[in-house]
Design a protein around this ligand. Structure first.
Ligand code: Q9C
Ligand code: ZN
Length: 662
């Protein structure tokens, strides 16, 4: 099981044969640049490489009319003048004698990828294709697109595998109106697209690209458009869109397969998009999607016209599909005013159809007027920095993946834990004297028999901080959990960690001497009421509904974690933590993204037998099990969350979710 890469060299054959400044950016070098990038980083050889085969006419017929297919077929025999004349009948399209062959390979590649994932040959994959597909319609080429590769993939998954819920995430910077039209009234395909819109003044200039286009008939609520009304959207804006719009809907929808219209013209440097998101952002977007649909992700290349930016973004995505840790996200984690307004407009349009959004909005504590004033005062506007590209592309961090993925040190016999293969037992320990010195600081709270365990846990922590181990699970006696967490925090700081995020569940008191200097962010999930000690220390109850739990993770924990940018996450499950298996796994899986996987989970030993396996699987990169059927958050759960968000968002800007208009 791994990652498929579907490609065929023939797809570099089609190219523009006449002068056309609009079309010249869609060139063969796009594919060779992406592939060279994958080769240089040793990523291609880690994939299962599949050679693309042409889609059959019958397969093309899943989306396109017989007349249109015949017309494209005919272009094989046209001369340059005839090709040029035909091209002009469409918007932003060029034909080449090899277009039919390439476009059939591109569609075929998308179908093969779906087959590879749905037969279980691989977990996920990327089809590197030209021409792109998402603008293409039943009987029309459009925007460099000839056949709609992703729409064909969705139809194929429905028809051949009987899938009932498919999520399409279109992160290309243009609106994939072709996909929207094809599934407009189909509730089995949830289509999400963000796109440069500028209030309708950007190509393809369609009113139906706006947020109020939600689908029709049975399909209402299954088209989700997020129009960007300014250029310069960056990492924080894209993250906010995922955390506050796409992921809540996606969890509620519960897809069986995720298709990504993976256009990288939404990345920094692209002449079409003029956006600012750096290549690592696509690693994060990919990892966030990996918690859905059992990790079944099929990505198909769409746009992306800055060769260097495209190649790096493709590498970031493939690296993440392969399971490597995400590099840190650069930049201030503050969404811009215009992005917040766009997010708000989608929420308003989609609220009638999605329970998960209704709750965020209905309980907003701010009046709309107060809200827009505050946002105006606090949030920067988007701007494209002149020479921002090369430094950002240069400093792209490619930390090597640690040799050991997940390690465990347990007070409970290993056999009792049913750990998945590939998880290593930690035998090493730091020196006895060192352990004793740390324990002495907390004399009353460590028993003699705890010392051996503490030595091993400290060794795990060192392994993670030194890049030898990606992440780890440790158990402690219930009594020693708080003291252990205390020691771990101190040792992180002693080892010069800049920022440590502690997510403490259950009865774990905040260490008394915990510094409030911004180096520790302490979130305790326990008890009945939310409480705030400072901008870095607070607590909130554990929701009992799936809706409440998801809102806690997507609406609070992840925005805080991304805003804090920790070097290390300590996730502690103390006495009476109350987390179920699937909840613990999801929390661990999602906390990996903002910290590049560096999590040390400390679990009191009473619950470890139940939790160890799924926790280890999640840290190891497997998709967490389902939380079960979606249940609506209770008013109390929402109230607690809103209480915290309202007070914390002045410091933690990724928490911002704009209120609906009056
Ligand atoms: N400067 C894809 O990315 N030209 N197609 C727009 C605005 C057409 C983009 C002109 C862009 C088509 C797959
Ligand atoms: Zn595009």
């Amino acid at each position: 099981m791994g990652t498929a890469l579907v490609y065929h060299e023939d797809m570099t054959a089609t190219r523009l044969l006449w002068d056309d400044p609009e079309c010249e950016i869609e060139c063969p070098e796009r594919l060779t640049a992406a592939l060279d990038g994958l080769r240089q980083r040793g990523l291609e050889e880690r994939c299962l490489c599949l050679s693309a085969c042409e889609a059959s006419e019958e397969e093309l017929g899943l989306v396109h009319s017989p007349e249109y297919i015949a017309l494209v077929q005919k272009t094989q025999t046209l001369d340059k003048e005839e090709l040029h004349a035909l091209s002009k009948q469409y918007n932003a399209v060029y034909f080449h004698p090899d277009t039919f062959h390439c476009a059939r390979l591109a569609a075929g590649a998308a179908l093969q990828l779906v087959d590879a994932v749905l037969t279980g040959a691989v977990h996920n994959g990327l089809a590197l294709v030209r021409p792109p597909g998402h603008h293409s319609q039943r009987a029309a080429a459009n925007g460099f697109c000839v056949f709609n590769n992703v729409a064909l993939a969705a139809k194929h998954a429905k028809q051949k595998y009987g899938l009932q819920r498919i999520l399409i995430v279109d992160w290309d910077v243009h609106h994939g109106q072709g996909i929207q039209y094809i599934f407009n009234d189909d509730p089995s395909v949830l289509y999400f697209s963000w796109h440069r819109y500028e209030h309708g003044s950007f190509w393809p200039f369609l009113p139906e690209s706006d947020a109020d286009a939600v689908g029709q008939g049975q399909g209402q609520g299954f088209t989700v458009n997020l129009p960007w009304n300014q250029v310069g959207m960056g990492n924080a804006d894209y993250l906010a869109a995922f955390l506050h719009v796409l992921l809540p809907l996606a969890f509620e929808f519960d897809p069986e397969l995720v298709l990504v219209s993976a256009g990288f013209d939404s990345a920094i440097g692209d002449p079409e998009g003029q956006m600012q998101a750096t290549p690592e952002c696509f690693a994060h977007l990919t990892q966030l999607l990996q918690v859905l649909a059992g990790g079944r992700i099929c990505a198909v290349l769409e746009g992306g016209y800055h060769l260097e930016s495209l190649a790096q973004s493709v590498c970031m995505m493939v690296q993440t599909l392969l399971g490597d840790p995400t590099p840190p996200l650069l930049g201030l984690m503050v969404p811009c005013q215009s992005a917040l307004e766009s997010i708000q407009s989608v929420q308003t349009a989609q609220t009638p159809y999605w329970t998960s959004l209704q709750q965020i909005l209905s309980s907003s504590t701010h009046s709309p007027e107060e809200r827009s004033l505050r946002l105006l005062g606090e949030s920067p506007t988007c701007a494209v920095a002149e020479d921002s590209l090369s430094p950002l592309l240069d400093q792209l961090c490619l930390r090597p993946a640690p040799p050991i993925c997940t390690a465990v040190a347990s007070t409970v016999p290993g056999a009792a834990l049913c750990l998945p293969p590939g998880v290593l037992h930690q035998e090493g320990s730091v020196l006895r004297e060192e352990t004793e010195a740390w324990a002495r600081l907390h004399k009353s709270r460590f028993q003699d028999e705890d010392l051996a365990t503490l030595g091993k846990i400290l060794c795990l922590l060192d392994g993670i901080m030194d890049g030898q181990i990606r992440n780890a699970i440790a158990t402690t006696t219930a009594l020693a959990t708080a003291a252990t967490l205390d020691v771990l925090i101190q040792r992180c700081l002693a080892r010069r960690a800049q920022r440590v995020l502690c997510v403490a569940l259950g009865q774990l008191d905040r260490p008394l001497d915990l510094a409030d200097d911004g180096r520790i962010l302490w979130l305790n999930i326990r008890g009945k009421d939310a409480a705030i000690q400072s901008m870095f220390h607070f607590s909130t109850p554990l929701p009992q509904t799936t809706g409440g739990f998801l809102s806690l993770i997507l609406g609070l924990v992840l925005p805080l974690a991304y805003g804090f940018q920790p070097d290390m996450v300590l996730m502690a499950l103390g006495p009476a933590h109350g987390l179920q298996n699937a909840q613990a796994a999801l929390l661990a899986a999602m906390l990996r993204s903002p910290v590049g996987g560096r999590i040390l989970a400390v679990v009191e030993e009473e619950s470890i037998r139940l939790l160890a396996r799924s926790l280890a699987q999640a840290l190891h990169g497997e998709t967490p099990p389902s939380l079960g059927p979606f249940s609506k958050a209770t008013p109390e759960e929402i109230q607690a969350l809103m209480f915290l968000k309202a007070r914390l968002e002045a410091r933690w800007k990724l928490l911002q979710v704009a209120a609906p208009p009056p």
